[in-house]
Design a protein around this ligand. Structure first.
Ligand code: ADP
Length: 324
């Protein structure tokens, strides 16, 4: 059985990464393993920024957002020579295994380390929920809470001024955050990359809702990367409908913050499961939470899974939310 395991966080930070690290460290110690923290993702790994975790007060991180071992974007890791350097850093310290918390890019890096002899396990850490081998990823629930509470506030001001507000949320190319937030806030129009709307279609909805049905506000929620500039779309809607319209890009507030209780639960059971898999000598596996159960499957298989589809659901709820 392995004796030493390292942990790194990579790609976009996500609330719950810290509670996952804590769970991994404590579960590993419980099993008699030594743990090491890699500071700064694959960049830190390649540079040998690896510290034994025994002196760190790990419990204090259970409820902190971000990742206290830092993350990085390090495209150089695509180079096999760079990965060999990273491998050497682990081998020199007698570390046989690495647990990676990150998104699908980070999964690729872990898979490649697995093929050159480092035992790897991946945990889905991304607010975007775009890792289809898990129903939910670490970070998604907290980002969703932030979006929902922000949209609730935006609705207050939209109502007070009879406005339409277009809210752009994160998610990269996945519509999970927009779909869940749109349904949870009763948005009159939910837009994801699967169900893009033209500006004319938006105008039609705003005109009908505000000028015909005399509603006091309209909220449109859209995933990022669909429109170049929601503020110019807002201007166009306003000029055609005479309804005051604004754009609101929620931005980086969606990434940070105290992880929700579901986030802490999910990241803790996943972190513990990662250690259990390593103790069973598993490598090259990705962990997921599917239908209320922890699952694991080869990283490559996890990466091939088709993304969640929301077309019918978001179309239905947009229509229901447009009803008077
Ligand atoms: P995420 O993990 O959130 O999807 P990125 O796509 O930025 O974020 O990936 C995080 C890091 O994983 C990259 O900066 C790089 O170091 C590593 N990585 C991404 N893709 C690959 C790949 N194809 N091969 C090796 N390493 C990769």
């Amino acid at each position: 059985m392995i004796k030493k395991v390292a942990i790194l966080t990579s790609g976009g930070d996500a609330p719950g990464m810290n509670s996952a690290i804590r769970a991994i460290v404590k579960s590993a110690h419980w099993k008699g393993l030594e743990t090491f923290l890699v500071y700064g993702g694959y960049k830190g790994l390649t540079e040998g920024n690896i510290v034994k975790s025994s002196n760190i007060e790990i419990d204090r991180y259970i409820n902190q957002g971000g990742t206290f071992i830092y993350s990085s974007r390090f495209p150089e890791f695509i180079d096999p020579e760079v990965r060999e350097k990273a491998k050497k850093q682990l081998i020199d310290k007698g570390i046989e295994a690495l647990i990676v918390i990150g998104g699908d890019g980070s999964y690729h890096g872990a898979q490649l380390l697995h093929t050159i002899g480092i035992k790897t396990i991946c945990l889905p850490g991304t607010i975007d929920n775009d890792i289809s081998s898990s129903d939910y990823t670490i970070g998604f629930f907290t980002a969703l809470e932030t979006i929902v509470s922000s949209v609730d506030k935006i609705r207050d001001t939209a109502r007070s001024h009879h406005r339409c507000i277009i809210v752009e949320v994160m998610g990269r190319y996945a519509g999970d955050l927009a779909a869940h937030a749109g349904i949870a806030t009763g948005a009159e129009l939910i837009i994801t990359s699967e169900n893009k709307k033209t500006v004319d279609e938006m105008i039609e909805v705003v005109d009908y809702q505000m000028n015909k049905l005399k509603k006091d506000s309209v909220i449109i929620i859209t995933t990022e990367h669909i429109y170049d500039d929601i503020n110019s779309i807002a201007k166009e809607i306003e000029s055609k409908t005479k309804v005051e319209t604004r754009g609101s890009v929620l931005g980086h507030i969606q990434r940070g913050g105290t992880p929700t209780s579901m986030e802490r639960y999910l990241s803790t059971i996943m972190g513990n499961f990662a250690i259990e898999l390593l103790c069973e000598d598993k490598s090259g596996f990705a962990i997921g939470f599917v239908k209320n159960e922890l699952v694991s499957e080869p990283i490559l298989k996890a990466l091939e899974k088709p993304k969640q589809k929301y077309f019918d659901t978001v179309e239905k709820f947009s229509k229901i939310n447009q009803e008077n």
